[in-house]
Design a protein around this ligand. Sequence first.
Ligand code: NAD
Ligand code: TDX
Length: 316
Amino acid sequence: MNTLVTGGAGFIGSNFIRYILKHHKEDRVVNLDVLTYAGNLHNLDGVTDNTNYHFVQGNIRNRELVRHLVAEYQIDTIVNFAAESHVDRSIKAPDAFVETNVEGTLALLDVAKEARLSKFIQISTDEVYGALGKAGTFTEESPLQPNSPYSASKASADMLARAYFKTYGLDVSITRSSNNYGPRQHPEKLIPRMITRALSGETLPIYGNGKNVRDWLYVMDNCRAIDLVMRHGRAGEVYNIGGHNERSNNEIVRLFCSKLGISEDRIKYVADRLGHDWRYAVDSSKIERELGWQSQQEFLMGMEQTIQWYVAQYRS
Ligand code: NAD
Ligand code: TDX
């Protein structure tokens, strides 16, 4: 396959490029990334010598550029990771979220339609379903009830992707994963933020009472799922991808204190996030049944490896 990966200098995109180049040696990957504050070319260290990999700095909203790349590299598939991805930033300044997540996705869908690409994968999130109470899980049939400007922009992009399938017959599949963890995540997000602050002697700020629950998924398990959807997913379908790993923020931060040997006195409860979603939990039975996917990474082991990776980065 000749795949245009957008946002490949970010956390999940860079792990996905590594996954593809390792497992599909005949594939060609073009990485289109504008390099916002969240893009980091070091996330691709060791990949750049691979002759099947090409990096292009540019914006997904630039239709001319995307058209040119599709023609030049004979692209057959687009996997759209590019996004403004941080909920707290979307609460302070939502415009960029609409520009990239909505208008950018529209531009890519348009070019994919014109060029009659064989596959378009929209990387979405469980946050489009809103928040759960103590019980229940999100299925692909759960209503879209986004609560933050970030999740509203992602839900809008999903609706455009669905419309391009229904109206123009573009072969679109959407993945909605839960919270990813692993190497190469930007330090604004909970897990790297807590590890790096713990290492540098700072306080560990937990929003609200810390009882909010996230369903943690190892990033390479997500990459394997996206790869399966890209090759075998059905057109017009949504696939949820979850970690079966629900943990409160308190549990996560206390785990770091114990693993890094620091006192829980460093935890500081701070003002809650506005509209803070209470709980996410994802039902992945559709992708398990249809594509034979299972999350493989055991949580404590994955977290241990993740901590070690950030510790090594911090020390180097
Ligand atoms: P990230 O913020 O680490 O990376 C985003 C990348 O997109 C960056 O490299 C950035 O430079 C690039 N980018 C931003 N705007 C662009 C534009 N206009 N044109 C080209 N490139 C642009 O994000 P991430 O955590 O890797 O998330 C990737 C995707 O997965 C996003 O679509 C996000 O909504 C989705 N997602 C993330 C998680 C998670 O836990 N991180 C969970 C579910 C879904
Ligand atoms: O300093 C913090 N303290 C804290 O208590 C930070 C950064 C976060 N939190 C809480 C808020 C959330 O309940 O931790 C939880 C996780 O926060 P984030 O890492 O910001 O992730 P979340 O808001 O759950 O969204 C993530 O998962 C879904 C990604 O950032 C999204 O891109 C993805 O769609």
